[in-house]
Design a protein around this ligand. Structure first.
Ligand SMILES: C[S@@+](CC[C@H](N)C(=O)[O-])C[C@H]1O[C@@H](n2cnc3c(N)ncnc32)[C@H](O)[C@@H]1O
Length: 307
Protein backbone atom coordinates (compact mmCIF):
# COMPACT_ATOMS: atom_id res chain seq x y z
CA UNK A 1 0.00 0.00 0.00
CA UNK A 2 1.31 3.50 -0.91
CA UNK A 3 2.25 5.64 2.08
CA UNK A 4 -0.22 8.51 2.77
CA UNK A 5 2.58 11.04 2.08
CA UNK A 6 3.40 9.59 -1.33
CA UNK A 7 -0.24 9.27 -2.31
CA UNK A 8 -0.61 13.04 -1.72
CA UNK A 9 2.48 13.77 -3.82
CA UNK A 10 1.67 16.17 -6.66
CA UNK A 11 4.60 16.63 -9.11
CA UNK A 12 3.30 19.98 -10.45
CA UNK A 13 3.09 21.52 -6.98
CA UNK A 14 6.47 20.04 -6.11
CA UNK A 15 8.17 21.62 -9.16
CA UNK A 16 6.43 24.95 -8.54
CA UNK A 17 7.59 25.01 -4.91
CA UNK A 18 11.14 24.15 -5.96
CA UNK A 19 11.12 27.08 -8.37
CA UNK A 20 9.71 29.31 -5.65
CA UNK A 21 12.38 28.23 -3.15
CA UNK A 22 15.11 29.02 -5.67
CA UNK A 23 13.95 32.59 -6.04
CA UNK A 24 15.02 35.43 -3.83
CA UNK A 25 12.07 36.21 -1.61
CA UNK A 26 10.51 39.55 -2.43
CA UNK A 27 10.06 42.19 0.21
CA UNK A 28 6.53 43.26 1.10
CA UNK A 29 7.22 46.61 -0.58
CA UNK A 30 8.25 44.99 -3.87
CA UNK A 31 5.25 42.67 -3.83
CA UNK A 32 2.92 45.62 -3.16
CA UNK A 33 4.41 47.70 -5.97
CA UNK A 34 4.37 44.78 -8.42
CA UNK A 35 0.71 44.12 -7.55
CA UNK A 36 -0.09 47.81 -8.05
CA UNK A 37 1.71 47.81 -11.40
CA UNK A 38 -0.12 44.68 -12.52
CA UNK A 39 -3.43 46.29 -11.52
CA UNK A 40 -2.46 49.31 -13.64
CA UNK A 41 -1.49 47.09 -16.59
CA UNK A 42 -4.85 45.37 -16.43
CA UNK A 43 -6.47 48.84 -16.73
CA UNK A 44 -5.19 49.02 -20.28
CA UNK A 45 -7.34 47.68 -23.09
CA UNK A 46 -5.64 45.73 -25.85
CA UNK A 47 -3.53 48.03 -27.99
CA UNK A 48 -3.16 50.58 -25.17
CA UNK A 49 -0.08 51.38 -23.14
CA UNK A 50 1.36 54.09 -20.91
CA UNK A 51 3.24 57.21 -21.78
CA UNK A 52 4.31 58.34 -18.34
CA UNK A 53 1.00 58.37 -16.40
CA UNK A 54 -1.00 58.96 -19.57
CA UNK A 55 -2.89 56.15 -21.30
CA UNK A 56 -2.13 56.11 -25.04
CA UNK A 57 -2.57 53.86 -28.07
CA UNK A 58 0.47 51.61 -28.58
CA UNK A 59 1.20 53.09 -31.99
CA UNK A 60 1.24 56.62 -30.52
CA UNK A 61 3.82 55.94 -27.83
CA UNK A 62 6.84 55.69 -30.08
CA UNK A 63 6.20 59.06 -31.75
CA UNK A 64 5.57 60.70 -28.37
CA UNK A 65 8.85 59.32 -27.02
CA UNK A 66 10.55 60.41 -30.22
CA UNK A 67 9.29 63.97 -29.68
CA UNK A 68 10.53 63.98 -26.06
CA UNK A 69 14.09 63.16 -27.10
CA UNK A 70 13.98 65.45 -30.13
CA UNK A 71 13.02 68.29 -27.76
CA UNK A 72 15.67 67.53 -25.14
CA UNK A 73 18.56 66.49 -27.45
CA UNK A 74 20.48 69.79 -27.33
CA UNK A 75 20.26 70.10 -23.53
CA UNK A 76 20.35 66.39 -22.78
CA UNK A 77 23.85 66.19 -21.32
CA UNK A 78 23.55 69.44 -19.34
CA UNK A 79 20.24 68.32 -17.83
CA UNK A 80 21.63 64.89 -16.92
CA UNK A 81 24.36 66.61 -14.91
CA UNK A 82 21.89 68.97 -13.23
CA UNK A 83 19.24 66.38 -12.35
CA UNK A 84 21.66 63.81 -10.97
CA UNK A 85 24.29 66.27 -9.62
CA UNK A 86 26.74 64.52 -11.94
CA UNK A 87 26.09 61.10 -10.40
CA UNK A 88 24.94 59.67 -13.76
CA UNK A 89 28.63 59.79 -14.76
CA UNK A 90 29.53 57.46 -11.88
CA UNK A 91 26.65 55.08 -12.72
CA UNK A 92 27.89 54.90 -16.32
CA UNK A 93 31.51 54.38 -15.16
CA UNK A 94 30.39 51.50 -12.93
CA UNK A 95 28.29 50.11 -15.78
CA UNK A 96 31.37 49.99 -18.04
CA UNK A 97 33.42 48.42 -15.25
CA UNK A 98 30.80 45.67 -14.97
CA UNK A 99 31.08 45.06 -18.71
CA UNK A 100 34.91 45.05 -18.43
CA UNK A 101 35.43 44.78 -22.19
CA UNK A 102 38.53 43.02 -23.47
CA UNK A 103 40.10 43.38 -26.91
CA UNK A 104 38.00 41.65 -29.53
CA UNK A 105 34.69 43.06 -28.21
CA UNK A 106 31.95 43.92 -30.70
CA UNK A 107 29.54 46.09 -28.75
CA UNK A 108 26.06 47.20 -29.72
CA UNK A 109 24.92 50.13 -27.57
CA UNK A 110 21.17 50.50 -28.02
CA UNK A 111 19.44 53.81 -27.23
CA UNK A 112 23.01 55.10 -27.25
CA UNK A 113 21.83 58.71 -27.60
CA UNK A 114 24.68 61.18 -27.30
CA UNK A 115 27.30 58.46 -26.90
CA UNK A 116 28.11 58.33 -23.17
CA UNK A 117 28.33 54.53 -23.00
CA UNK A 118 30.22 54.11 -26.28
CA UNK A 119 32.74 56.80 -25.29
CA UNK A 120 33.36 55.00 -22.03
CA UNK A 121 33.86 51.76 -23.95
CA UNK A 122 36.65 53.37 -26.02
CA UNK A 123 38.18 54.91 -22.90
CA UNK A 124 38.11 51.59 -21.08
CA UNK A 125 40.01 49.93 -23.91
CA UNK A 126 42.43 52.86 -23.99
CA UNK A 127 43.15 52.49 -20.28
CA UNK A 128 43.37 48.71 -20.42
CA UNK A 129 46.69 47.32 -19.24
CA UNK A 130 46.47 44.66 -21.96
CA UNK A 131 48.23 45.99 -25.08
CA UNK A 132 46.30 46.48 -28.32
CA UNK A 133 46.42 43.33 -30.42
CA UNK A 134 46.35 44.08 -34.17
CA UNK A 135 44.68 40.68 -34.70
CA UNK A 136 41.85 41.50 -32.31
CA UNK A 137 39.75 44.38 -33.57
CA UNK A 138 37.13 46.13 -31.47
CA UNK A 139 33.89 47.66 -32.61
CA UNK A 140 31.00 49.72 -31.28
CA UNK A 141 27.70 50.51 -32.99
CA UNK A 142 25.79 53.34 -31.34
CA UNK A 143 22.19 52.79 -32.23
CA UNK A 144 19.24 55.07 -31.46
CA UNK A 145 15.77 55.67 -32.86
CA UNK A 146 16.35 59.42 -32.72
CA UNK A 147 18.63 61.07 -35.23
CA UNK A 148 18.80 64.34 -33.25
CA UNK A 149 20.39 62.49 -30.33
CA UNK A 150 22.84 60.73 -32.65
CA UNK A 151 23.80 64.04 -34.30
CA UNK A 152 24.62 65.54 -30.90
CA UNK A 153 26.62 62.38 -30.18
CA UNK A 154 28.61 62.67 -33.41
CA UNK A 155 29.49 66.30 -32.61
CA UNK A 156 30.57 65.34 -29.09
CA UNK A 157 32.67 62.46 -30.44
CA UNK A 158 34.45 64.85 -32.81
CA UNK A 159 34.97 67.52 -30.10
CA UNK A 160 36.41 64.98 -27.66
CA UNK A 161 38.66 63.19 -30.11
CA UNK A 162 36.80 59.90 -29.54
CA UNK A 163 37.22 58.71 -33.13
CA UNK A 164 41.01 59.21 -33.01
CA UNK A 165 41.15 57.47 -29.62
CA UNK A 166 39.08 54.61 -31.06
CA UNK A 167 41.48 54.18 -34.00
CA UNK A 168 44.38 53.96 -31.56
CA UNK A 169 42.74 50.97 -29.85
CA UNK A 170 41.83 49.33 -33.15
CA UNK A 171 38.14 50.11 -32.66
CA UNK A 172 35.71 51.03 -35.40
CA UNK A 173 32.66 53.17 -34.58
CA UNK A 174 29.29 53.12 -36.38
CA UNK A 175 26.16 55.20 -35.79
CA UNK A 176 22.83 53.61 -36.60
CA UNK A 177 19.32 55.06 -36.57
CA UNK A 178 17.17 52.11 -35.55
CA UNK A 179 14.33 50.97 -33.32
CA UNK A 180 15.48 48.74 -30.46
CA UNK A 181 12.38 46.60 -31.07
CA UNK A 182 13.34 45.86 -34.67
CA UNK A 183 17.07 46.05 -35.22
CA UNK A 184 18.22 45.96 -38.85
CA UNK A 185 21.17 43.80 -37.83
CA UNK A 186 22.01 40.15 -38.53
CA UNK A 187 21.61 37.39 -35.94
CA UNK A 188 24.62 36.67 -33.69
CA UNK A 189 26.58 39.70 -34.87
CA UNK A 190 27.76 41.15 -31.52
CA UNK A 191 29.34 39.73 -28.39
CA UNK A 192 28.18 42.52 -26.07
CA UNK A 193 24.93 44.49 -25.89
CA UNK A 194 24.37 47.52 -23.67
CA UNK A 195 21.25 49.59 -23.15
CA UNK A 196 21.29 52.53 -20.74
CA UNK A 197 18.19 54.49 -19.71
CA UNK A 198 16.41 53.50 -22.90
CA UNK A 199 14.32 50.37 -22.39
CA UNK A 200 11.68 52.00 -20.18
CA UNK A 201 10.87 54.32 -23.10
CA UNK A 202 10.17 51.45 -25.49
CA UNK A 203 6.60 50.36 -26.17
CA UNK A 204 7.36 46.63 -25.93
CA UNK A 205 10.38 46.01 -23.64
CA UNK A 206 9.96 42.26 -24.22
CA UNK A 207 10.59 42.79 -27.96
CA UNK A 208 13.72 44.79 -27.13
CA UNK A 209 14.97 41.86 -25.05
CA UNK A 210 14.16 39.37 -27.83
CA UNK A 211 16.13 41.49 -30.28
CA UNK A 212 19.04 41.74 -27.85
CA UNK A 213 19.07 37.96 -27.61
CA UNK A 214 18.90 37.55 -31.38
CA UNK A 215 21.80 39.86 -32.26
CA UNK A 216 24.09 38.45 -29.57
CA UNK A 217 26.42 35.55 -30.28
CA UNK A 218 26.28 32.54 -27.94
CA UNK A 219 28.36 33.54 -24.92
CA UNK A 220 27.46 37.20 -25.49
CA UNK A 221 26.67 39.54 -22.60
CA UNK A 222 23.56 41.66 -22.09
CA UNK A 223 23.87 44.60 -19.72
CA UNK A 224 21.16 47.13 -18.91
CA UNK A 225 21.40 50.30 -16.82
CA UNK A 226 17.97 51.66 -15.95
CA UNK A 227 16.12 53.65 -13.31
CA UNK A 228 14.57 51.25 -10.87
CA UNK A 229 12.71 51.08 -7.59
CA UNK A 230 13.85 52.35 -4.20
CA UNK A 231 12.96 49.79 -1.55
CA UNK A 232 13.23 51.89 1.57
CA UNK A 233 9.96 53.74 2.25
CA UNK A 234 11.55 56.91 3.69
CA UNK A 235 14.14 57.18 0.95
CA UNK A 236 11.48 56.53 -1.67
CA UNK A 237 9.34 59.33 -0.24
CA UNK A 238 12.30 61.74 -0.42
CA UNK A 239 13.16 60.58 -3.92
CA UNK A 240 9.54 61.06 -5.04
CA UNK A 241 9.47 64.59 -3.62
CA UNK A 242 12.66 65.45 -5.47
CA UNK A 243 11.45 63.81 -8.69
CA UNK A 244 8.01 65.34 -8.90
CA UNK A 245 8.58 68.73 -7.25
CA UNK A 246 12.08 69.63 -8.42
CA UNK A 247 12.95 67.87 -11.68
CA UNK A 248 10.22 69.33 -13.94
CA UNK A 249 10.90 72.77 -12.43
CA UNK A 250 14.61 72.33 -13.12
CA UNK A 251 13.75 71.34 -16.71
CA UNK A 252 11.80 74.57 -17.09
CA UNK A 253 14.55 76.74 -15.60
CA UNK A 254 17.54 75.10 -17.31
CA UNK A 255 16.13 73.83 -20.61
CA UNK A 256 13.00 75.98 -20.92
CA UNK A 257 10.58 73.02 -20.85
CA UNK A 258 9.06 70.96 -18.05
CA UNK A 259 6.94 68.41 -19.94
CA UNK A 260 9.75 66.05 -21.08
CA UNK A 261 11.06 65.96 -17.50
CA UNK A 262 7.61 65.26 -16.10
CA UNK A 263 7.48 62.35 -18.56
CA UNK A 264 10.92 61.22 -17.37
CA UNK A 265 9.88 60.91 -13.71
CA UNK A 266 6.55 59.30 -14.59
CA UNK A 267 8.12 56.75 -16.95
CA UNK A 268 10.47 55.64 -14.17
CA UNK A 269 7.47 54.79 -11.96
CA UNK A 270 5.91 52.71 -14.75
CA UNK A 271 8.95 50.50 -15.29
CA UNK A 272 8.99 47.07 -13.61
CA UNK A 273 10.92 46.67 -10.37
CA UNK A 274 14.23 44.79 -10.23
CA UNK A 275 12.90 41.22 -9.72
CA UNK A 276 10.17 41.54 -12.31
CA UNK A 277 12.59 42.92 -14.91
CA UNK A 278 15.00 40.10 -14.11
CA UNK A 279 12.21 37.62 -14.89
CA UNK A 280 11.53 39.38 -18.20
CA UNK A 281 15.22 39.04 -19.14
CA UNK A 282 15.10 35.34 -18.27
CA UNK A 283 11.92 34.93 -20.31
CA UNK A 284 13.80 36.30 -23.35
CA UNK A 285 16.21 33.37 -23.00
CA UNK A 286 19.11 34.91 -21.07
CA UNK A 287 20.85 32.86 -18.41
CA UNK A 288 22.79 33.68 -15.21
CA UNK A 289 20.65 36.80 -14.89
CA UNK A 290 21.47 39.02 -11.95
CA UNK A 291 21.15 42.62 -10.91
CA UNK A 292 22.88 45.15 -8.75
CA UNK A 293 21.29 48.22 -7.19
CA UNK A 294 23.10 51.53 -7.20
CA UNK A 295 22.11 54.32 -4.80
CA UNK A 296 19.52 52.19 -2.98
CA UNK A 297 17.83 51.14 -6.23
CA UNK A 298 17.48 54.55 -7.85
CA UNK A 299 19.14 52.73 -10.75
CA UNK A 300 19.93 49.05 -11.28
CA UNK A 301 22.30 47.18 -13.54
CA UNK A 302 20.82 43.96 -14.92
CA UNK A 303 23.14 41.42 -16.49
CA UNK A 304 22.53 38.25 -18.47
CA UNK A 305 24.28 35.90 -20.88
CA UNK A 306 23.19 34.19 -24.06
CA UNK A 307 24.42 30.67 -23.42
C1 LIG B 1 17.57 58.77 -21.68
S1 LIG B 1 18.31 58.57 -23.26
C2 LIG B 1 19.74 57.59 -22.88
C3 LIG B 1 20.91 57.90 -23.78
C4 LIG B 1 22.21 57.21 -23.38
N1 LIG B 1 22.09 55.78 -23.41
C5 LIG B 1 22.66 57.66 -22.03
O1 LIG B 1 22.73 56.83 -21.14
O2 LIG B 1 22.96 58.85 -21.85
C6 LIG B 1 17.25 57.37 -24.01
C7 LIG B 1 17.53 57.17 -25.45
O3 LIG B 1 16.76 56.08 -25.92
C8 LIG B 1 16.31 56.37 -27.23
N2 LIG B 1 15.16 55.54 -27.55
C9 LIG B 1 13.89 55.64 -27.07
N3 LIG B 1 13.11 54.68 -27.61
C10 LIG B 1 13.91 53.95 -28.42
C11 LIG B 1 13.70 52.83 -29.26
N4 LIG B 1 12.51 52.24 -29.35
N5 LIG B 1 14.74 52.34 -29.96
C12 LIG B 1 15.96 52.92 -29.86
N6 LIG B 1 16.22 53.99 -29.10
C13 LIG B 1 15.21 54.50 -28.38
C14 LIG B 1 16.03 57.86 -27.19
O4 LIG B 1 15.99 58.42 -28.48
C15 LIG B 1 17.18 58.37 -26.34
O5 LIG B 1 18.27 58.74 -27.10
Amino acid sequence: MASPVLSKFNPTIFIKSLKFCGRRSLSAGTVRRTEKRNEKISEYAEGETHFGFEKVKEEEKSSKVHKVFEDVAQDYDKMNDCMSFGVHRLWKDIFMQRLSPVHGTRLLDVGGGTGDIAFRFVKYLENSSIPVNPNLSNHVTISDINNEMLEVGKRRAADRGVITAAEEVNCSVDWLEADAEKLPLPDSSFNAYTIAFCIRNCTHPEKVLEEAYRVLQPGGRFLCLEFSHVENDTLRWLYDQYSFQIIPLMGQLVAGQWRPYQYLVESIRQFPAQEEFKEMIEAAGFRCVSYENLNFGVVAIHSGFKL
